[in-house]
Design a protein around this ligand. Structure first.
Ligand SMILES: Nc1ncnc2c1ncn2[C@@H]1O[C@H](COP(=O)(O)OP(=O)(O)O)[C@@H](O)[C@H]1O
Ligand SMILES: [Mg+2]
Length: 257
């Protein structure tokens, strides 16, 4: 991989203190995501996918290790710094859309644009372009409640893209949709990727993960397999030279280019 890394995670550990026993959500993650990559992080429920996404976004903190996004350290920053950084570098999409219910589709996009420093007119023009791009051009004046689940998720993706973030993060974006709606969102991510967008998508669905260009499989807070470097599978990345020796599991390889 020659592209500059958009995300660099080193020795990331995160333990939650719970009543009974501590939960080790991340147990030492190393991960590079190149600029322009479309990466799916997959694995069973509870394996640490959301925690990984949240620490990359600076929404959660690390106990040990470092995170860089666009060459800048994200770990250990205060809320103000993170809020400003996220506005211009990171777009985030969640399972349940988190749209502003009381305002139009257009204003759901214009407001974050204005918050990001655009003039209203520029934000509006950007918003209309995005609505067109995502097939919502004729929905600009409608409120989210009258849109379908798939349309709402497309609107949430448009909102995440308003300020042209280098990195698009998505946590189970197809989780609240039926199969057809989920595939439609996946297809949209593939188009955005083709246009150069860096995407990290978290999903427990192997079908959705297979649609990404690269698959990382997590288990119990560790990376168990990475389609970009099969040798990492069982050795925690210790022996990257053994690249050709271990085949990728078929379900992981399915979506690899
Ligand atoms: N805020 C929290 N407090 C305590 N435990 C948490 C918290 N967030 C996540 N966990 C635990 O950390 C583990 C990993 O969670 P998560 O990253 O949400 O997994 P996934 O997204 O793969 O389902 C789980 O055991 C979960 O219960
Ligand atoms: Mg999760």
């Amino acid at each position: 991989m020659t592209a500059a890394p958009a995300v660099k995670v080193r020795h990331a550990r995160r333990t939650y203190t719970a009543d009974l026993a501590p939960v080790r959500a991340l147990r030492g993650i190393d991960l590079d995501v190149g600029s322009g990559e479309f990466l799916a992080v997959t694995g069973p429920s509870g394996c640490g996918k959301s925690t990984l996404l949240n620490v990359i976004a600076g929404l959660d903190s690390l106990d040990e290790g470092t995170i860089e996004v666009d060459g800048q350290r994200v770990d250990g920053r205060d809320e103000d710094w993170l809020a400003t950084f996220r506005r211009h570098h990171i777009g985030i999409v969640f399972q349940f859309f988190n749209l502003l219910d009381g305002v139009s589709a257009l204003d759901n996009l214009v407001l974050p644009g204005v918050l990001g420093g655009m003039r209203r007119r520029a934000a509006e023009s950007r918003a209309r372009d995005l609505l067109d791009l995502l097939g919502l051009g004729d929905r600009a004046e409608q409120i989210p409640a009258v849109l379908s689940g798939g349309q709402r998720q497309r609107l949430a993706i448009a909102r995440a893209l308003v300020n042209e973030p280098t990195l698009l993060l998505a946590d189970e974006p197809t989780g609240a949709l039926d199969t057809a709606g989920g595939m439609e969102i996946l297809e949209l991510f593939r188009r955005l990727h083709a246009g150069g967008q860096t995407i990290v998508l978290v999903t427990h669905s192997p079908e959705v993960a297979a649609g990404a260009a690269r698959q990382v499989l997590m288990r119990d807070g560790l990376i168990e397999a990475d389609s970009a470097s099969p040798a990492q599978a069982s050795s925690s990345g210790a022996d990257a030279e053994a690249r050709d020796s271990e085949p990728v599991p078929a379900d992981l390889a399915a979506g690899a280019v």
